[in-house]
Design a protein around this ligand. Structure first.
Ligand code: NAP
Length: 330
């Protein structure tokens, strides 16, 4: 593992990373709560309780997902039944939706998320996408005419204020290119601790990884298995012949190969499964390793994005093409 990572083993053996600025310890493998198509609150809550029981301590939600409320309920129940002693044992991430990505709307949006979660603070609050949309219109997909350019300075300053107020321990971004991260870093008083992006063996984000490493930003993977079965992902990762071959040789699942590979690259990982057996097997990646030869083969896989970001493109701007959204990193 990369030397700059201050990884250490938690009692549950999920290695943790100490986030820059806040010093908060983030479990490097976290549990995603975005189901597609969405499932009801009760199923989400049950899955989260099972995940806590199995040892997951890091949970990723967003105001968009509709999972803040069931996550909050699951946390209360986990404490009530003694799975954890207090909320402080968990690391909770949520995200600012595009319609709230306006300087004056950031704090109220975070306060709403905290209310949904029944929490006093988040561990990490992220700008979900680098684009704003008309305030007050909460929609997905966003209507093409509702997109607006984000005032990065105003929104980031409001994010910094949220951290100063203690409502979130750290702040960061999601779906940001090197260029857009650079724009934030140019004026940030508190630099982003995390950039959460699509990352898996078929879209390895080599350039962004280098950039984040050089700037002390932890890159965190969503869709580490390619988000099979969701509207934003595909089965291309789990069906990749090379990954299947490596999995067979090692007696592991393709999912475990993907997660272990990501972990060995020194990044954070969010994986979603609401199936107890898969939740459990996704955790079993810390007591074995890939050979150098396997890593080399994986690193040589031809690259393409699964999550194109097409939903964030509009002829009315600010991003007319995916080239512009990702600043050519496609
Ligand atoms: P993912 O974790 O790569 O894939 C999830 C899909 O894979 C689900 O359909 C799940 O189905 C299946 N799966 C999980 N484990 C498996 C295994 N061992 N074998 C076979 N299939 C397996 O993708 P993701 O959900 O997109 O990403 C994880 C989290 O990242 C999300 O839940 C969300 O919290 C976050 N995210 C963030 C953004 C962003 O813009 N910041 C975008 C997308 C996602 P079952 O549940 O049936 O197991």
């Amino acid at each position: 593992m990369d030397g700059c990572l201050e990884a250490s083993l938690s009692p549950l053996s999920i290695p943790e990373y100490v986030l820059g600025c806040s010093g908060r310890r983030m479990p490097l493998l976290g549990f995603g709560t975005a189901a597609s198509p969405p499932v009801g609150s009760q199923l989400t809550k049950t899955a989260i309780l099972q995940a806590i029981e199995l040892g997951y301590r890091h949970f990723d939600t967003a105001s968009l997902y509709g999972t803040e409320q069931p996550l909050g309920e699951a946390i209360l129940e986990a404490i009530a039944v003694g799975l954890i002693k207090s909320r402080d044992e968990l690391f909770i991430t949520s995200k600012l939706w595009c319609s709230d990505a306006h300087g004056e709307l950031v704090l109220p949006a975070l306060q709403r998320s905290l209310k949904n979660l029944r929490l006093e603070y988040l561990d990490l609050y992220l700008i979900h996408w680098p684009v704003s949309s008309k305030p007050g219109i909460y929609e997905f997909p966003i209507k093409r005419e509702d997109f607006l350019a984000m005032d990065f300075k105003a929104v980031w300053k409001a994010m910094e204020d949220c951290q100063r107020l203690g409502l979130t321990k750290s702040i960061g971004v999601s779906n940001f290119s090197c260029k857009k991260l650079g724009d934030i870093l140019a004026f940030a008083k508190i630099p982003p601790a995390v950039n959460q992006v699509e990352l898996n063996p078929l879209w390895q984000q080599k350039k962004l990884r280098e950039f984040c490493k050089a700037n002390g930003i932890l890159l965190t993977a969503y869709a580490p298995l390619g988000a099979q079965g969701t509207i934003w992902g595909s089965n291309r990762v789990l069906e990749c012949e090379l990954l299947k071959e490596i999995a067979k040789q090692k007696g592991k699942t393709v999912a475990q190969i993907c997660l272990r590979w990501a972990y060995e690259q020194g990044i954070g990982i969010l994986v979603k499964s609401f199936n107890k057996d898969r939740m459990k097997s996704n955790l079993e990646i810390f007591n074995w390793s890939l050979s150098q030869e396997d890593v080399k083969k994986i690193n040589d896989i031809p690259q393409s994005r699964l999550c194109s970001g097409q939903d964030y493109i509009s002829k009315y701007g600010p991003f007319n093409t995916t080239q512009e959204l990702w600043d050519g990193e496609i």
